[in-house]
Design a protein around this ligand. Structure first.
Ligand code: ADP
Ligand code: MG
Ligand code: MG
Length: 210
């Protein structure tokens, strides 16, 4: 079963709802180790995406992802705006002109997006950033692809890894972004950006299971 363009659109709409519901929770996480705006940032960005979606929802997947990225880039700001913007803009490259994605294409889309985030943010594994969730997600999708899993099963594995990745950020000391200013005091707190990535993967899995 392939992921259709309509499901990509439904995923982005679901992200809009999720970041509305989780706004205060994410902002609370960022209050502990940052400047307390992460939930506001994600909510503002995905509200804009949802608002603009009708103007490009009938285009190909690459176009939809690229416009999502540009919208996030121009509306989110902070560290996470350019990073999530890069994710979607890079994810758009291999999906230009596609109307649906089989697992290998979804894997490539997410892998390219994460490569974009890494190129931009230069976070290493264990730096307590969103990359500590993105990386295990990519690895899970690659493994699932190798084992010939269905797309739905692959996303379930990816979500399990994303949840594990978020948990692991708790024990890490931040080495990138504002949280790094806290040094050892950043240990013991869940990373907000990593949590947002997990929520996006959760929304994608939920869309596929619907
Ligand atoms: P800001 O820190 O500018 O207020 P946000 O609060 O919206 O931006 O986002 C903070 C999140 O951004 C962090 O929780 C972390 O996951 C992520 N982040 C910060 N710097 C980097 C980086 N260099 N690479 C990857 N992710 C990063
Ligand atoms: Mg912040
Ligand atoms: Mg900020």
């Amino acid at each position: 079963m392939a992921l259709t363009k309509q499901q990509i659109v439904a995923w982005l709409q679901r992200c809009g709802e999720v970041f509305q519901q989780q706004r205060d929770f994410l902002t609370g996480l960022d209050t502990e180790i940052g400047d307390g705006d992460h939930g506001l940032n994600m909510h503002r960005g995905f509200s804009k995406v949802v608002e603009k979606l009708p103007s490009f929802a009938d285009k190909d997947i690459g176009f939809i992802l690229k416009n999502t990225g540009m919208t996030l880039l121009s509306s989110v700001g902070g560290a996470s705006g350019p990073l999530f913007g890069s994710f979607f803009i890079r994810a758009a490259q291999s999906t230009a002109s596609l109307e649906s994605l089989e697992l290998p294409e979804l894997y490539r889309m997410i892998k390219d997006g994460v490569d974009g985030v890494t190129a931009r943010g230069k976070a290493e594994p264990g730096d307590k950033t969103m990359c500590d969730v993105w990386r295990p997600v990519v690895a899970a999708l690659e493994r699932a692809q190798g084992e010939g899993d269905t797309l739905a099963a692959a996303l379930d594995h990816a979500l399990a890894e994303a949840r594990r990745g978020v948990e692991e950020t708790v024990g890490m000391q931040a080495r990138k972004g504002r949280a790094s200013y806290l040094g050892e005091r950043s240990i013991g707190h869940q990373d907000p950006g990593a949590t947002s990535v997990m929520l996006m993967v959760e929304a994608l899995a939920a869309t596929v299971h619907q």
